[in-house]
Structures are given as C-alpha cells and as structure tokens.
Write a protein that binds this ligand. Structure first.
Ligand SMILES: NC(=O)c1ccc[n+]([C@@H]2O[C@H](COP(=O)([O-])OP(=O)(O)OC[C@H]3O[C@@H](n4cnc5c(N)ncnc54)[C@H](OP(=O)(O)O)[C@@H]3O)[C@@H](O)[C@H]2O)c1
Length: 252
C-alpha cells in the first residue's frame, strides 16, 4: 500500500511520524509533496519518505490520497476532475474550513472523506473526527492513529474547534501551570514533569467535575484556588475560546 500525503507540513509530518515510528510503515511507502527545497530536504533526511516532484506525481503513484494543504493553496490547484488518478482511489481531506462540495469543485464528483485529526497523530494519540468513509483501509488507519469517530459533515468544524484547536488550548493551560510552578521556585524540569503527571492522572481518574469537588474540601486550601478559577469564569472562558475558533472555521 502506498500512502500519498500532499502537503507535508506540521500535520502531514505528524501523520508521517506516527505511521513510521508507531505503526511500522516503511517510509518509502509514504509518498509526499511539498513546495520548498527546505521541506523536501527535511522530508527526505528526517523522515526518509519518498518525496515526489509534485502533487500530480503523488496522485499518480499512491493508492490513498491525503490532502493536507492549506485551503487557499488547494483551491488554487484548479480543476483536477479530468485527472484519471483522482477518480479511482480514496480521497481524504484533512483541510479545515473547506467543505466536501468545495473540495469536489477541484477534484470533481468523487467521494471525499473529510477528517480532522490533530498533531498527536505523531504518537498515534490523535483524536480524529471523520465523515462517511468509502475505504476500510483509511478507516482502519484513523483508528490506528488514535481515537477516531464518525460524524456528519455539518459537525466537522465543531470537531476541529474542540479536538484539533483543543490541543492548543490544553497545551496553553498546561503551560500556565508550568509557569506558575516555576514562579513558585520549582526547576523547569520538575515543573514540566509534575504538570504532565497531574494531567495524565486526572484524565485517568475521570469525572472531572466530581474530582474537582472531591479535592476541594470545604474550608480547605484547594477550595481557595478553585474559587479563584471560578471568579475568572474558567468554564465560560473555555467555552468562548472554543466558540471563537468555531466561528473562524465557519468563515475560513
Ligand atoms: N496543524 C494542525 O494541527 C491541523 C489540524 C487539523 C487540520 N489541519 C489542516 O491541515 C492543513 C495543513 O495544515 P498544516 O498546519 O500542516 O500547514 P503547513 O504546516 O503550512 O503545511 C502545508 C504544507 O503544504 C505544502 N505545500 C504548499 N504548497 C504546495 C504545493 N503547491 N504542492 C505541494 N505541497 C505544497 C507546504 O510545503 P512547504 O513546507 O514546502 O511550504 C507544507 O508542507 C490545513 O488545511 C489545516 O487546516 C491542520
């Protein structure tokens, strides 16, 4: 099986890393297209993937195509509906803010699976929401790259705001913990390790509202900190952040 990844930037490389390091896929079976000489060298030297001359060569030689370009770049490719290699292989779009109908305006009337994964694909820990899929291989790959679930197309930008942008929100919150701990005098290395353990162990305990309540003994120390977070309306701020990303995605 030859996997075509058109656009080997942040997301394409995360996918490549997960496929090579975690799933044991031969890097030579990953065919990529990039634009710059710098990215070409990076793909060859750091990933060992097969770098094609351009997207058309990937289309011709790969069995499954993953479109991982920015929307504007993709739309500028023009009309590819007459390309015989588009018609006869699964076409998957990871591109945010571009509908199946818009994607078909470039690729023609073929089945498109839209999917929104996140950068944790690099560790096969992605969260991937995807629309109806016509390929068992593609669907299996999504599940191998992390937690995957099928959604109607109208929900795909919500997946993006929640689970893809969400990794950035989560990272920022964790960074705030690290910064606060360093501010109290902890070494950066210890602060980072404690934050990692805190978030992993909290995720394993689950039921976050109940956990927060269980730790916050009335009159105790945790309650003081939680009161401060509630004063700052943490839940409302997070909801607004997600909503703001969602609105942007709807107007890409
Ligand atoms: N980043 C995320 O976490 C994430 C999550 C979900 C969805 N997405 C979607 O994934 C897509 C890519 O995002 P990204 O963050 O990976 O962007 P990116 O880092 O800018 O990567 C874009 C890639 O496209 C390549 N490219 C540009 N023009 C090309 C052309 N004409 N032919 C072949 N390759 C070309 C670039 O090559 P050069 O490196 O040579 O410029 C680069 O490798 C976007 O549509 C985004 O909405 C991203």
């Amino acid at each position: 099986m030859k996997y075509g990844i058109i656009g080997f930037g942040h997301l394409g490389r995360a996918m490549g890393r997960g496929m090579i390091d975690k799933l044991g896929i031969d890097p030579k079976d990953i065919l990529v297209a990039v634009k710059s000489a710098e990215s070409r060298a990076k793909a060859e030297n750091e990933y060992g993937v097969t770098v094609c001359a351009d997207y058309a060569e990937v289309l011709e030689q790969a069995d499954i195509i993953f479109w991982v370009l920015r929307k504007k770049v993709f739309l500028e490719l023009g009309d590819l509906s007459a390309n015989p290699h588009v018609q006869n292989k699964p076409q998957v779009s990871f591109m945010a803010g571009i509908s199946i109908a818009e994607t078909q305006s470039v690729l023609g009337p073929v089945h498109i699976t839209r999917a929104i994964p996140n950068l944790a694909m690099r560790n096969c820990e992605s969260v991937t929401g995807y629309t109806a899929c016509n390929s068992a291989e593609v669907e299996a790959l999504f599940h191998q790259l992390g937690y995957a679930f099928c959604v109607p197309e109208e929900d795909i930008e919500k997946v993006s705001a929640f689970a893809s942008c969400g990794i950035g929100f989560a990272a920022l919150v964790m960074d705030a913990f690290v910064e606060a701990a360093i501010g109290m005098g902890f070494e950066a290395e210890v602060a980072n390790k404690v934050v990692e353990e805190l978030f992993i162990s909290t995720a394993h305990i689950g039921d976050y509202a109940a956990t927060a309540k269980a730790v916050a003994t009335p009159g105790g120390a945790t309650e003081q900190g939680i009161n401060r977070l509630n004063e700052a309306e943490l839940h409302r701020v997070v909801a607004e952040a997600m909503q703001r990303s969602y609105t942007k995605l709807l107007n890409f």
